[in-house]
Design a binder for this molecule. Structure first.
Ligand code: PMP
Length: 291
């Protein structure tokens, strides 16, 4: 494995950063998780755009142009010789002191890891996933806004711990109003009476790139899509439910807080979107070779 750190490549065992990097000391930094399918990087421009927006929101200036980082990302994939892969692109605040002040840190650390990922066991994509609602709330937009894909995932990890301890794989997180926001690492959708529903961004969710693709694909299929204020009740009475994310792709959900969703099997609209998304991911993308 060849890991990129600030323009240089290191073997996994030698890929090290300073213990004074505020990415480690405070979770001060931003990241993206990106898929490679069939030698093409899926939605690379969209991920880079969100990375730069997350950085902007925390007043972190990425020292490379978007174009240069795109070239470096493609090169990192090439070097790792994987045709299907998962890219973790990280920008840390950089080396600082033991105080919080980010303005005396730097330069920012840029890390690109290219590896394999399997988020959920394969059979869950056929059988569906069970979820529980957890007590840990999604971050307030007035605190670390969930739109920022920050290195500080502790809140989501606390939610994940609750889910795992309850015997399921993912957690539904509510916002401070008790409304559904998203899962610890995925966006959530429901289908009711043929209409696709998902919590609006203002509920405190990450604007998922897969979420945007699913909304677009559904509209192309003439399925009505509504970004809504969603309660747990809306999930309990849904005909179908699924999660989306770059790593997870589209995962059907068949049980929430012990309530069976629909007939307890992945729904027809969910399965159709899964198929279309599979095709989309193989069709589009930035070729790794041509850069
Ligand atoms: N919500 C959260 C909290 C996430 O961490 C992620 C990414 N793993 C998503 C949603 C999905 O976003 P995307 O489709 O852009 O990967």
């Amino acid at each position: 494995m060849q890991i990129y750190i600030n323009g240089e490549y290191f073997e996994k065992a030698d890929a090290k950063i300073s213990v004074f990097d505020h990415g480690l000391l405070y979770g001060d930094g931003v990241f993206e998780g990106i898929r490679v399918y069939d030698n093409k990087v899926f939605r690379l421009d969209e991920h880079l755009e969100r990375l730069y927006e997350s950085a902007k929101a925390i007043d972190l200036t990425i020292p490379l142009s978007k174009d240069k980082l795109k070239k470096d990302t493609l090169e990192a994939v090439r070097r790792n010789k994987l045709t299907d892969a998962y890219i973790r692109l990280i920008v840390t605040r950089g080396i600082g002191s033991l105080g919080l002040n980010p303005y005396i840190c730097g330069p920012p650390g840029i890390i690109i890891i290219v590896d394999k990922i399997a988020l959920y066991p394969k059979e869950l994509y056929e059988k569906g996933l069970a979820l529980v609602t957890v007590a840990t709330q999604r971050n307030l937009p007035e605190a670390v806004n969930p739109r920022i894909k920050s290195l500080n995932y502790l809140n989501n990890i606390l939610a994940k711990i609750e889910a795992i301890n309850a015997g399921v794989e993912e957690a539904i997180m509510l916002n401070s109003f008790g409304l559904v926001s998203e899962c610890a690492g995925d966006n959530i959708f429901a289908v009711r009476k043929g209409i696709l529903l998902t919590p609006s961004i203002s509920m405190g969710v990450l604007e998922g790139i897969t979420r945007n693709d699913v909304i677009r694909m559904a509209r192309e299929k003439k399925i009505e899509v509504k970004q809504v204020v969603m309660t747990r009740h809306d999930l309990f009475i849904a005909d179908e439910c699924f999660l989306t994310g770059s790593a997870a792709e589209i995962v059907p959900v068949i049980k929430i807080d012990g309530r069976v969703i629909g007939d307890g099997r992945p729904g027809a609209i969910t399965r159709d979107l899964m198929k279309s998304y599979h095709r989309l991911t193989r069709k589009e993308g930035v070729p790794v070779r041509s850069a």
